[in-house]
Design a protein around this ligand. Structure first.
Ligand SMILES: [Zn+2]
Length: 506
């Protein structure tokens, strides 16, 4: 009995503690949530206004119009703003809200340029005239034309180019500042890049010319879709890239397959054999040393990789995948390793001929442990081991005659010889601060991703001043970023405001 009573008491104390902690949690995040709920129309209005300005990569006139609007939006929140010119003409916008005696400075990186559009693929006439829908197109969402009394529920979506990638995070961050009455506890800096989608000199120029202004204790990248589970997500690293273009030659020209079949080697076939020598039957790369730079994962890294709540069965169904590659035991493990893909293959021509040459664009995604030049050398070494004589320009006739197997290889080394891969230790004090902040708003169910599969431009900052970096992706995973019918789910926009508001006031 006594045991029972004590255990009940203990249970009661625990329950009270849980209630209390969730109550304090709710008070912090709850205030922001209440602001969001009372201002849904205004927040959506800001986003629609920003997404209505076209932002195609390289369209300098329109990118400057975006920058004008962004400077104005930052200034409205009491931020000191600057507009930095770049040699390409796409401005970098900078904003700062200083807090006297602040413990830390947080720099947020967001980009405002967008991917190209093919309007014919879209379900609306103009990708830069945003369309509000009652749900996703796939779920039968209808366009909403009368917005006068709209309540903007979480399930609604807005369709427009760049609305999720990456304009919603800009509006989420600015709305979070509104929600906390422009009173963050940390000094807040924002850098808005106009050249992320196609690359360009602007960001590197801004970093080298404004190092001191950009200095921070923590860099937060606001880009990318959150985990498909819909839980708030943080990532601590991203892969980079490098690659080679390889062209195999078998003759100086294509030749009639009837006249020469069985006699002239087919360059397409030779290339296929060469590529298939790079992987085993399960798709695991067998180029010597390919995975050697990645040491066995630590206990902590393994746990982090394991705990991501992926649903492989659902993902396979979504994408129609009949079998998986054998390089890793899970998607998250795969993303923490280098990978190799053939992005394009070309060779041959119509007219019943045997191809005299064929080309593969071989691309690698690299992790922090990989040196891109070493990885490129491994590929080239493998080609040589298959009997190929490697050249760096098109072969002339004597060269073709002198070598049984010959391939032209051009390396695509990233700028500065760096792959762009990075990773922050989740035990770093600033990373812990970010994890604790997001958990204080959302509880334990936050998804922590060790390495994002794709690239994000954090490494120029990390190289410049070794800043601990994390990413907070807030867009819905089915946002169609980079393709037709890009969209943001309003619930994701609003939740992002809560997360960012809490981060800035902790
Ligand atoms: Zn992006």
């Amino acid at each position: 009995m006594i045991w029972l009573a004590r255990s009940c008491l203990l249970y009661a104390v625990l329950a009270a503690a849980t209630l209390f902690s969730s109550a304090t949690r709710a008070a912090e995040a709850g205030d922001i949530r209440r602001y969001v709920d009372a201002h849904r129309a205004q927040i959506v209005g800001d986003l629609v206004r920003l997404a209505s300005v076209p932002d195609l990569h390289g369209d300098i006139v329109q990118l400057n119009r975006n920058a004008d609007l962004l400077v104005q939006m930052l200034a409205q929140r009491g931020m000191q703003t600057e507009r930095w010119r770049t040699s390409s003409g796409a401005p970098v916008v900078f904003g700062q809200r200083s807090v006297a005696g602040a413990k830390r400075t947080i720099l947020f990186y967001i980009h405002y340029d967008g991917q190209p559009v093919d309007a014919r693929q879209w379900s609306q006439p103009d990708p830069f005239t945003p369309v509000v829908r009652t749900d996703s197109i796939e779920a039968g969402g209808r366009p909403v034309t009368d917005l006068a009394n709209a309540q903007y529920p979480d399930t609604w979506r807005i369709y427009a180019r760049a609305i999720a990638d990456d304009k919603a995070p800009i509006v989420a961050l600015l709305s979070a500042l509104d929600a906390i009455h422009s009173s963050p506890r940390s000094t807040i800096k924002i850098i808005l890049d106009g050249e992320e989608e196609g690359g360009g000199p602007g960001l590197s120029e801004a970093i080298s010319q404004h190092q001191d202004q950009l200095r921070s204790d923590l860099l937060v990248i606001l880009d990318g879709p959150q985990h498909p589970s819909g839980r708030q997500t943080l990532y601590f690293g991203a892969r980079g890239g490098a690659g080679v273009s390889a062209t195999v030659f078998t003759a100086k020209q294509s030749l009639h397959s009837g006249n020469y079949g069985n006699w002239v080697p087919d360059a397409n076939m030779r290339l296929a054999q060469l590529l298939s020598s790079m992987v085993d039957a399960t798709g695991k790369v067998i180029i010597p040393g390919f995975y050697d730079d990645v040491k066995p994962f630590s206990k902590q890294a393994s746990a982090m990789i394991r705990e991501v709540p992926d649903d492989p069965a659902r993902m396979r169904e979504t994408f129609g995948i009949g079998s998986l590659d054998g390089a890793a035991s899970s998607l998250q493990e795969a993303l923490n390793l280098p990978s190799l893909s053939i992005h394009t293959l070309s060779g041959g021509e119509p007219g019943s001929v045997i191809a005299g040459h064929a080309t593969a664009d071989i691309q690698m995604r690299l992790v922090k442990e990989n040196d891109p030049q070493v990885m490129i050398d491994r590929i080239i070494g493998h080609l040589r081991a298959q009997g190929y004589f490697i050249i760096d320009k098109d072969p002339d006739l004597p060269m073709l005659l002198a070598h049984e197997r010959i391939a032209k290889v051009t390396a695509k080394t990233p700028p500065g010889g760096k792959s762009g891969a990075w990773r922050t230790d989740p035990d770093h004090a600033e990373a812990k601060f970010a994890i604790d902040s997001v958990r204080s708003a959302w509880g334990k169910d936050v998804v922590l991703i060790r390495t994002l599969g794709g690239g994000v431009p954090a490494s120029p900052f990390i190289e410049a001043y070794n800043v601990p970096t994390i990413g907070i992706p807030t867009a819905n995973y089915d946002d169609n970023q980079h393709s037709a019918n890009e969209n943001i789910r309003l619930g994701n926009l609003f939740d992002g405001i809560v997360t960012l508001g809490v981060l800035m006031t902790r």
